[in-house]
Structures are given as structure tokens and as C-alpha cells.
Design a protein around this ligand. Structure first.
Ligand code: NAD
Ligand code: UFG
Length: 341
């Protein structure tokens, strides 16, 4: 079943680039489809170096039928791994239509073109954000869903749309992967997360502070009901996350229902736990200040990952220390991300 053509939308991005490496190593033929709105060709070049082969890259937008048609006409695509999307929560509140257009309309367009070419197999990048503010933790896939911002709603809407697509035609094979908090980088230090501007997320902010690009980390609240008052999350190494996609793709044709699967470690760490682990592993100081809570944040979010173990035979392997070490290696080798070279 390997040797299949896999279209990877958003394959030049953070999670996509790490996943493409493992897919190629597993024997899949990859076509990256990306409009480079939040990534660069440099990431693909580096992936090519790591896998020692050239990769087919199509520059295109999932909202443009003609861009997608070209790919589906040129290649017989077996399955799509659909990473392409915008992901900045704050920006989504300012520009909701941009998010619904890109994420929701883009996905509808993609599925329509897929169906026209009789490609009915898709793995979708969903998020733990769809659990809203969960009543208890760990969170399993049966928990109720909700969203408070357009980014989160776009993920929920897409999940619902894909469920309807499946119920209208059960020959579709659909896997909804709900990621918890991906961090870390490839052990080579040559690819990693490269946020534009000031990072929104914790780990890139920590590593940019450690390298001196930011003066200090603002910790958003220390009065949550957690072991030290700071927010608790389930940080997962991006390479573990990537492995989850390979497992899902290996099995996708065997599933006889639409699958919704958490990809997390099952461990919750606070902001201060992460700062301490980072300092210990790297020997770098991360100055911080406690500030007000960030609007929309919740106290605690971590996965029950047992369903992924059961149906994908997947579980995360890397420790928080490894996540910090790999993030730091990437950051220190590439202080300005992909622009360094
Ligand atoms: P990323 O921004 O690094 O990658 C997304 C890629 O999609 C980029 O290369 C971007 O250029 C491309 N893209 C965006 N819109 C496109 C369009 N209209 N047409 C073609 N390409 C387009 O983000 P990432 O962290 O790798 O996230 C990948 C997916 O996982 C996203 O859908 C994101 O919402 C989801 N996700 C991410 C996280 C996280 O914390 N990183 C958590 C949960 C879910
Ligand atoms: N935090 C800080 N300071 C910062 C950044 C974050 O204290 O500068 C804290 C937050 O308050 C939170 C924790 O660090 O307690 C993690 O925050 P992130 O922004 O890194 O991650 P979130 O859990 O808020 O959200 C992320 C993505 C969402 C995604 C979600 C679940 O941004 O898009 O993980 O996958 F939906």
C-alpha cells in the first residue's frame, strides 16, 4: 500500500515539513501543495537535503479550483493530508472572514476537487481548541466541543462539514486529528517553527527570549487553579505528531467510519514547568514577568491519548526535555529562522 501519491497541503509549514520527512522515509510519494503564505521554499529545500531526494512542490492556493485541478489532473492522488490553514487566534478575531475563507472555504473547495477525481481519503489537522474550556481533564474524544474564536470555530466547522461529507457517502475515508500543543524541532536543527513577527505561542517566545531577541517572557497569569498557578498544556514533540500522521495514513483505508483522534502525550505541564525544563536543558536563563491573564485562555488542557494507541498503535515518545533541547538547537542554529540563510 506504500508507493501511493499523497498530496500534502501546507507541507512547507511547521508540522507539514516534519511530516513530509517521515512520509518519504516510509515510502510514500509526496506532492507538497502550498501558497507559502506562512512558510518559505527554504524549508522544503532543507527537507530535500534531509531525505536526500527532490520533492515535487506545487505553489497554489486551496481556495483556487484551477490550482487544485492542475495537481489532480497531473497526479493520481491516493490521499490528502490537509495541513493548509491559518492559525493565529488573535488575528482570527480581527479578521474572521479571512479565516473562514481560507480555512473553511478552502477545505470545501479541496474536497470538491478531490471528489471530482475520485480521491476520497483525507487526514485533517484539527486542534484541541475544539474542546473549548473542558470541565475535566484528561480530555477524551467524546468530550463536548465548542469554540470561542473564529480560528477555533473554523476547525469545528470543518470537522462538521467533513462528518456530513462522510455521512453522505461512506466511501470517504476521513481522519480528524486533534493536536494538542506541538513544539520542538527536527533533531538535525535544520527545520523548525519559524513564526513571523512576535510569536503568539509559548515555546517560540521562550526560545527567542533565551537567544536575546526578546527581553523577557510575559507569563499570562499565575492565579489559575493549577499546581503553580500558571496555565497547563499538553506539549507534544512535532516529530511524534508527524509519526501519528504516518500511522493514520498507513491505516486510513482500513477504517470503516470517520475517525476523530487526539494526538497528545497525556501529560500536562505548566508555563513555569516549561521555563524550568528549558533552562535546565539549555543552560540559558529565561527572564520572565508575571502579567495579566490572556483573554480566552483556559487553566488546564491535556489529552487522554489512549484512543490513538488503540486505533493507530501510536503514542508519543519524546520528553519535555527533548522538546526543549530540539527547540533550542533549531533556534540557536537559525536565530532568524529560515531567513538566516
Ligand atoms: P504553518 O502555518 O506552519 O503551516 C500551514 C501551511 O499552510 C503554511 O505553509 C501556509 O503557507 C499554508 N497555507 C495556508 N493557507 C493556505 C492556502 N490557502 N493554500 C495553500 N497553502 C496554505 O502551521 P502549522 O503549525 O504547521 O499547522 C498546520 C495545521 O495544523 C494548521 O491547519 C493548523 O491550524 C493546525 N494546528 C496547528 C497547531 C499548532 O499549534 N501549530 C495546533 C493545532 C492545529
Ligand atoms: N503563554 C504565556 N506567555 C506567552 C505565550 C503563552 O504565558 O507569551 C501561556 C498561555 O497563557 C498558555 C500556555 O502558555 O497557558 C500555552 O500557550 P500557547 O499560546 O503556546 O498555546 P495555547 O494552548 O493557547 O494554544 C495553542 C495554539 C492553538 C491551538 C491550541 C491547541 O495556539 O491554536 O494550542 O492545539 F488550538
Amino acid at each position: 500500500m506504500k508507493n501511493r501519491n499523497i498530496l500534502v497541503t501546507g507541507g512547507a509549514g511547521y508540522i507539514g515539513s516534519h511530516t513530509v520527512i517521515l512520509l518519504i522515509k516510509s515510502g510514500y510519494n509526496i506532492i507538497i501543495f502550498d501558497n507559502f503564505s506562512n512558510s518559505s521554499r527554504e524549508s522544503v529545500k532543507r527537507v530535500e537535503k534531509l531525505v536526500d531526494t527532490s520533492i515535487t512542490v506545487v505553489e497554489g492556493d486551496i481556495r483556487k479550483r484551477e490550482d487544485l485541478q492542475k495537481v489532480f489532473i497531473s497526479y493520481k492522488i491516493d490521499s490528502v493530508i490537509h495541513f493548509a490553514g491559518l492559525k493565529a487566534v488573535g488575528e482570527s478575531v480581527e479578521k474572521p472572514l479571512k479565516y473562514y475563507d481560507n480555512n473553511v472555504y478552502g477545505t470545501i473547495n479541496l474536497c470538491q476537487v478531490m471528489a471530482e477525481h475520485d480521491c476520497k481519503s483525507i487526514i485533517f489537522s484539527s486542534s484541541a481548541t475544539v474542546y473549548g474550556d473542558p470541565k475535566t481533564t484528561p480530555i477524551d474524544e467524546s468530550f463536548s466541543t465548542s469554540a470561542t474564536n473564529p480560528y477555533g470555530k473554523s476547525k469545528l466547522f470543518i470537522e462538521e462539514i467533513l462528518r456530513d461529507v462522510y455521512f453522505s457517502d461512506t466511501s470517504w475515508k476521513i481522519v480528524l486529528l486533534r493536536y494538542f500543543n506541538p513544539i520542538g524541532a527536527h533533531a538535525s536543527g535544520t527545520i523548525g517553527e519559524d513564526p513571523t513577527g512576535i510569536p503568539n505561542n509559548l515555546m517560540p517566545f521562550i526560545s527567542q527570549t533565551a537567544i536575546g531577541k526578546r527581553k523577557y517572557l510575559s507569563i499570562f497569569g499565575n492565579d489559575y487553579d493549577t499546581h503553580d498557578g500558571t496555565g497547563v498544556r499538553d506539549y507534544i514533540h512535532v516529530v511524534d505528531l508527524a509519526k501519528g500522521h504516518v500511522k493514520a495514513l498507513d491505516k486510513i483505508h482500513t477504517f470503516n467510519k470517520i475517525m476523530t483522534i487526539n494526538l497528545g502525550t497525556g501529560e500536562g505541564y505548566s508555563v513555569l514547568d516549561v521555563v524550568k525544563a528549558f533552562e535546565k536543558v539549555t543552560g540559558k536563563k529565561v527572564p520572565y514577568k508575571i502579567e495579566a491573564r490572556r483573554a480566552g485562555d483556559i487553566a488546564t488542557c491535556y489529552a487522554d491519548p489512549s484512543y490513538a494507541k488503540k486505533v493507530l498503535d501510536w503514542k508519543s515518545e519524546k520528553t519535555l526535555e527533548e522538546m526543549c533541547a530540539d527547540t533550542w538547537y533549531w533556534q540557536s542554529q537559525n536565530p532568524n529562522g529560515y531567513q538566516s540563510h
